[in-house]
Design a binder for this molecule. Sequence first.
Ligand code: SF4
Ligand code: SF4
Length: 57
Amino acid sequence: MASVVDKKVCVGCGACAATCPVEAITIKNGVAVVDPNKCISCGACVATCPVGAIKLK
Ligand code: SF4
Ligand code: SF4
């Protein structure tokens, strides 16, 4: 399991990347990208995103 970004909703603010404790998120072309091999499904990014673009699946 890993967090998943809705690319149509993400505004590329970087808040999730700054919050992730394992640096699993990078911003590429203005959109957050999660590395599922790094993500530990902690949910911190989900709680931080101001537009609700990232969810745990
Ligand atoms: S769920 Fe946690 S570990 Fe996974 S990308 Fe979000 S903040 Fe990082
Ligand atoms: S916090 Fe939300 S809007 Fe900001 S980069 Fe992350 S997923 Fe996108």
